[in-house]
Design a protein around this ligand. Structure first.
Ligand code: FE
Ligand code: CA
Length: 553
């Protein structure tokens, strides 16, 4: 028994004792049944989470590790192998309190963790009061989970003074540690976060290279068992667990929850069996996120799932989140025998980028849903999506790259997996903002492993056109970025991008009021050190009614 395992066993015995007391007090906790072997196997090694809040409900999540041998819990095969061996259902109770000490229980219930869902739970707690903080925890087999803090959204008509939220993305396990999450979870100088928006790349599907900071367990995830084990490994990180326990999350996926740079049902290497892989990956993603049962992907219909959504934060802001992977057209101009990802092309060699005007990143239905969803009644419209929306050319553009279709006038060099690979889809989206005069449009993104702050015009090269939105594309929690010199070389061709730093790891936090949005770019000093300091690299402000970011520190 390692020191860590011994310490866990002691902790669990302590918790079991507490559960016994609670049971005597009349709570509907399971009977205290355990043996010495079970005491060595924490039942809740993956932590807890909450998310998908509305004004009256929230989803509570956990995953159990019902060990059947002395070496249960996380680790190689710890997910599916153990779950399958358990071959059973584990009754679980949950409770929600109005206070951190769980003295005032406002809701409780029971559920069953099933092997068929990797023993994950998605408890939809309804009937809660708007704009309130709650605490929650689970219990099973005489063990109790950690407790978490969550909240409901304000009522739609409620006047709200302030929203504190964060955006984060791209937590590649084998690229570094996650001190950023400690900072996000902490109640420090800043108010605690009301909401975390996770914008994709929660896991990475790859096998780890030999020089990894900490290695992925197992090879590349391609099957349901493989994805479950990958989530299980990521979920053991105590800093990630702390961030989940601190606030509700709204989650969307990007590519690595399935495979790098996939597009719809096309894999990176054009694998004939990619559809089955996507079904497995979407299923495992749902299992491990605090999402309602209604979002559980079905194996039929290619495992399709509707993950876009919207939420009004009182009268302060409308938040919308979208899916740029499932419904996109394939990237243009791929390399031989490949899907279209990981590819940067000169526009003159890929004229389809500007000629194929109907190509879509969101799919027609979602594009329409978004176009109709902007609010003219809120001072702020936040769009949580996956990647950098600002035009980012790596070669000079002296005239407008769009909408010209003369090859001689086609300028710039673009990464085809991002919005630059779908310039007409981007123009349609931004044109809606301009035509409807959508107030306070702020685009939030991730994916590119760099901090970018940008002002968005319908035509980025028309210096006389007004800005229609402000963009904050947050860097990765841990995934490595490109060289700063390559970013610097490109920034001079993209004057609408104020800030571009690819060597920063971290996340962005925001304070939103009726009058202004304040952005704080939180950066990890030592990405290989879980105890690293996290500091503010820059601050920006957006004033209500005036699109565009202004450096504030
Ligand atoms: Fe990433
Ligand atoms: Ca990505």
């Amino acid at each position: 028994m390692t020191d860590l395992r011994r310490r866990r066993a002691v902790q669990q015995l302590f918790v079991a004792g507490a559960a016994g007391v609670a049971n005597a007090a009349g709570l509907a906790l399971p009977l205290f049944v355990r043996d010495a072997r079970a005491a060595d196997a924490p039942l809740f090694p993956y932590g807890i989470a909450s998310g998908s809040p509305t004004a009256t409900s929230v989803v509570l999540w956990t995953r159990l590790a019902p060990a059947t041998s002395g070496e249960g819990g996380p680790g190689p095969g710890g997910g599916d192998a153990v779950a399958a061996a358990a071959a059973g259902e584990v009754p679980v109770t949950w409770e929600v309190a109005a206070d951190e000490a769980f003295k005032s229980i406002v809701a409780r219930g029971s559920d069953v963790a099933r092997a068929g869902d990797a023993h994950t739970l998605h408890v939809e707690v309804a009937g809660l009061e708007p704009s309130r903080w709650y605490w929650y925890r689970f219990a099973a087999r005489g063990q109790r989970s950690a407790s978490g803090r969550t909240r409901t959204a304000p009522a739609p008509e409620a006047a709200v003074a302030r929203l504190d939220f964060a955006i984060a993305s791209c937590q590649r396990w084998d690229h570094g540690h996650w001190a950023a999450w400690r900072d996000a979870a902490a109640a420090g100088a800043s108010p605690q976060l009301d909401l975390v928006l996770f914008l994709g790349d929660y896991i990475y599907e790859y096998a780890s290279p030999p020089n990894a900071v900490r290695a992925h367990t197992g090879g590349a995830a391609t099957t349901l068992a493989g994805y479950r084990d990958r989530y299980a490994q990521y979920k053991t990180d105590p800093l990630l667990q702390a961030a989940h326990a601190a606030a509700p999350w709204i989650v969307i996926w990007d590519d690595h929850e399935v495979e790098n740079d996939y597009a719809g049902l096309q894999g990176e290497r054009l694998q004939p069996d990619f559809a089955a892989r996507r079904v497995a990956a979407y299923r495992a993603w749902w299992e491990h996120m605090p999402l309602p049962h209604s979002l559980r992907p079905l194996s039929a219909n290619g495992g399709a799932a509707t993950i876009h959504g919207r939420l009004d934060w009182g009268t302060l802001a409308r938040l919308q989140w979208i899916d740029d992977r499932q419904f996109r057209d394939p990237q243009l101009c791929p390399r031989a025998d490949r899907g279209g990802g990981s590819n940067t092309v000169p526009l003159r060699d890929c004229p389809g980028l500007v000629r194929e005007t109907a190509r879509t990143l969101l799919g027609a239905a979602q594009e329409r849903w978004l176009a109709e969803g902007w609010s003219l009644a809120h001072p702020w419209n936040l769009l949580a999506q996956q990647t950098l929306m600002a035009r980012f050319t790596r070669e000079a553009v002296s005239e407008r790259a769009l909408p010209g279709t003369d090859p001689a006038a086609m300028q710039g060099r673009y990464w085809t997996d991002g919005w630059d690979g779908y310039p007409w889809a981007r123009q349609r989206l931004l044109s809606v903002l301009a035509e409807r005069k959508v107030p306070g449009a702020v685009v939030l993104g991730g994916d590119v492993h760099a901090n970018y702050v940008a002002d968005l015009r319908v035509d980025p090269d028309d210096a006389t056109a007004p800005f229609v939105a402000t963009e904050f594309c947050g860097t990765s929690i841990s995934s490595r970025g490109s060289s700063q010199s390559s970013v610097d070389a490109a920034l001079r061709f993209n004057p609408h991008i104020h800030y571009g730093r690819s060597q920063e790891r971290g996340y962005m936090r925001f304070a939103l009021t009726k009058d202004r949005l304040e952005a704080d770019l939180r950066v990890v000093a030592q990405p290989n050190d879980p105890a690293s300091a996290v500091v503010s690299a820059a601050r920006f402000v957006v004033e209500a009614g005036r699109a565009g970011a202004v450096r504030a520190g």
